[in-house]
Write a protein that binds this ligand. Structure first.
Ligand code: SAH
Ligand code: SF4
Length: 406
């Protein structure tokens, strides 16, 4: 595979970035929370609903980062809002563009309470007719799946709803995806021609271990008077946190993806250690109980193809048996290697034979094309770049040389 130098450049200097002084941010608040914040700042009770609606439109429909732009709000009130509140964006550490158009941002968030600033990655994957934004839910992950690079990075902390929504706003801003001509009130959210048309919670972290923040962020992303993405276009991927799966359907109502990867408990215990707590039978039962499950709302089962580990044709047949009765699609993911891993990707012919068995049983089984490999943006690779940079920064600091020359 060719490996041209991808474009890497530091993020543009932006203001304000998290955290914006002492002012509290309005980004990532649910509608009721936004109303409460406005009331607490002295907005008269009878105006709160209307003002919250106006501000919501500006933030999420227009991507406003400045109260000054909110022309349907009086000048005095705008000034007052600016005194109390901020509308920050994540700080961009780097922005990389792959030869295939995939973009990856390394974003930095400030410490919450005691602790250090943290970094996560967000990836944008443009495809024919759609563009998918892959969001992170945690910094690192507690779950240590043996084939996943993120799993080798210790959990630093959960991301807040603000930080999850901030990833969406930042990406849309950098891509020029806010509708420039839209009027703030009553404007229809364009359903076509949007660069970010889909969201997947498939970046760093286990989203169901950060339930409330992920739920609030996804509700904001799906709100019809703002970002306005249909819940059919939002997919949450979980490694199988069984007690939260049905609740996710009830409270989030988004599409579900399950990282299955093995059809026998002995093997899944190794690949996805969470299986020891919630074995396959329990996971399948939770899937069958997923609210709204139907042919139109099929569950996606992700299956990473590991040579000689989980890719036999007997495994494929067992997979079909396991899924019987569940409206499902199987996403076969060629393993993306990372430095230090012992796993290898299955041969292409084997992946195709595996897919054919599943297909013949009536399930769609697309093979996921790895995207953004040259910038380490493919599934399970999110970590390396930020870790590498961190190491470089530390070395530079120790040697007292500018990091640009390290
Ligand atoms: N923690 C969640 C979501 C993030 S991972 C989960 O596990 O579902 C998104 C998908 O990428 C998961 O299916 C994960 O198993 C898969 N993945 C992880 N590492 C990978 C790798 N090295 N190659 C291919 N897919 C990988
Ligand atoms: Fe965490 Fe998902 Fe990676 Fe497993 S595959 S370590 S759950 S991010």
């Amino acid at each position: 595979m060719t490996n041209p130098t991808p474009s890497v450049h530091p993020g543009p200097a932006r203001t304000p970035a998290f955290p914006a002084g002492e002012k509290s941010s309005l980004i990532g608040l649910t509608r009721p929370q936004l109303g409460e914040a406005l009331a607490a700042a002295g907005i008269p009770e009878r105006q709160v609903r209307m003002r919250a609606g106006q501000i919501w439109n500006w933030l999420y429909l227009r991507g406003a980062t400045d109260f000054g732009a909110m022309t349907n709000i009086s000048k005095d009130l705008r000034a007052e809002l600016a005194e109390h509140f901020s509308l920050p964006r994540p700080e961009i550490v780097t922005e990389q563009v792959s030869e295939d158009g995939t973009r990856k941002w390394l974003l930095r968030f400030p410490p919450r309470g005691a602790g250090r600033p943290v970094e996560v990655e967000t990836v944008y994957i443009p495809e024919e007719g759609r563009g998918t934004l892959c969001l992170s839910s945690q910094v690192g992950c507690t779950l240590s799946c043996s084939f996943c690079h993120t799993g080798t990075q210790k959990l630093a902390r959960n991301l807040t709803a603000e930080e999850i929504v901030g990833q969406v706003l930042l990406a849309r801003e950098r891509l020029g995806d806010f509708p420039a001509g839209a009027t703030p009130e009553g404007a229809a959210v364009p359903s076509e021609g949007r660069l970010v048309s889909n969201i997947v919670m498939m970046g760093m972290g286990e989203p169901l271990y950060n339930f409330d923040n992920v739920r609030d962020a996804l509700q904001i992303a799906a709100d019809g008077e703002g970002i306005g993405l249909s819940k059919r276009r939002i997919t949450l991927s979980t490694s199988g946190v069984v007690p939260e799966i049905v609740r996710a359907g009830e409270e989030m109502g988004v599409m579900l993806a399950i990282s299955l990867h093995a059809v026998r408990d002995e093997l899944r215990d190794v690949l996805v250690p969470l299986n020891k707590k919630y074995p396959i039978a329990e996971l399948m039962a939770a899937c069958r109980a997923y609210p709204g499950l139907s042919n139109a709302r099929r569950i996606t089962f992700e299956y990473v193809m590991l040579r000689g580990v989980n890719d036999s044709l007997a495994d494929a047949r067992e997979l079909v048996r396991l899924l019987s009765g569940i409206p499902a699609k199987i996403n076969l993911i060629p393993f993306n290697p990372w430095p230090g891993t012992d796993y290898e990707c299955s041969d292409w012919e084997q992946i195709e034979r595996f897919a054919e068995i599943i297909n013949r049983a009536g399930y769609a089984s697309p093979i996921r094309t790895p995207r953004g490999r040259d910038i380490l943006a493919a599934c399970g690779q999110l970590k390396s770049e930020s870790e590498r940079l961190r190491i470089r920064e530390r070395l530079a600091l120790e040697a007292m040389i500018p990091s640009g020359t390290a």
